[in-house]
Design a protein around this ligand. Structure first.
Ligand SMILES: [Mg+2]
Length: 296
């Protein structure tokens, strides 16, 4: 029997953000590559839809574009559309547009990073001209999953930051969960190095930022208070949900362990802790049943 207060909050949930790696799937690489589906994950999404709740999935990687991640998830049997997949590249493009309009933005990463900027018709700095010495006049430098970040890129990125561009990254996570081995974080590696060489701070745009949470809310069309954020990493999903007033759920099939949970500061500790997504399905069933009984 679940705590009645939690059941009441679950019954009020109108939108759910699911993390991907360690929550819906365990993969061999970023964002669902060669993944296996975790127990109850498909059922949790199906139940959300059947009960009229909005759904989105949010992976903190920018190696792939949302439509490719959506296709991978559909191949695994998940019911998700392209527009329901969020990455920090989506957040970055939205925030850059909001803050800098049509000013030049220097963007580092592969197709998964550039796609969302191009889609919004943004003024992305041509790196070849920057390498050739043309001043970029960039208003911001955004670091994503750029596996080819070598000296030429470091030079132009640092010059832009030293000339006044604000420094952003999609994620500074040191690593993330996968089946075979620990996968190290590329964007965090780059941005901390850039921050070091320029002595300038950086801002994170992916989870757990407030910017990421507001894009989740906008995409779901649901206010934070009626959103459940569920994931396997206290420092990403719970840390994003709690300060924003969303309901935070932790599933113990990925990064965060019971030991990590015991050490989590109260302000970011998840309100719901489950061993598998099957338990989430059971909790929603219980919550909706209790709510139906009290509302009639
Ligand atoms: Mg995860």
């Amino acid at each position: 029997m679940t705590n009645p207060e939690i059941l009441a909050r679950l019954a009020r949930v109108r939108g759910i953000m699911f993390d991907i790696d360690g929550c819906l799937v365990i993969s061999d690489g970023p964002s669902g590559h060669g993944g296996s589906v975790l127990p109850g994950a498909k059922e949790a999404i199906a139940q959300a839809r059947a009960t009229g709740r909005k759904v989105c999935v949010f992976t903190n990687g920018t190696a792939q574009k949302p439509s490719d991640i959506a296709a991978l998830l559909r191949d695994l049997g998940f019911d998700v559309s392209d527009d329901e997949v969020l990455t920090p590249a989506v957040v970055a493009a939205e925030v850059m547009k909001e803050r800098y309009g049509n000013k030049p933005i220097m963007v580092f990463g592969g197709d998964g990073m550039h796609h969302d900027f191009i889609k919004r018709g943004m003024n992305v700095v041509d790196l070849e001209s920057a390498f050739a010495g043309t001043p970029s006049n960039a208003a911001a430098v955004v670091i994503g999953w750029d596996v080819d970040f070598g000296r030429a890129k470091l030079q132009v990125a640092a010059e832009a930051v030293l000339a006044g561009a604000e420094l952003y990254c999609t994620s500074d996570s040191p690593s993330f969960a996968s089946q075979e081995r620990l996968n190290v974080g590329v964007s965090g590696f780059i941005v901390t190095g850039l921050s070091h060489v320029t002595s300038q701070p950086y801002q994170i745009l992916g989870k757990p930022s407030a910017e990421a949470m507001s894009v989740v809310s906008r995409v779901l069309g649901v206010p934070n208070e009626e959103i459940l954020v569920i994931g396997d990493d206290i420092n990403l999903e719970s840390a994003m949900a709690r300060p924003a007033g969303a309901l935070a759920g932790l599933v113990l099939t990925g990064t965060s362990t019971l030991a990590a949970l015991a050490e989590a500061p109260a302000a970011v500790a998840p309100e719901i802790v489950i061993n598998s997504m099957n338990e989430l399905v059971d909790m929603f069933t219980e919550a909706d049943k209790a709510h139906a009984l009290t509302s009639h």
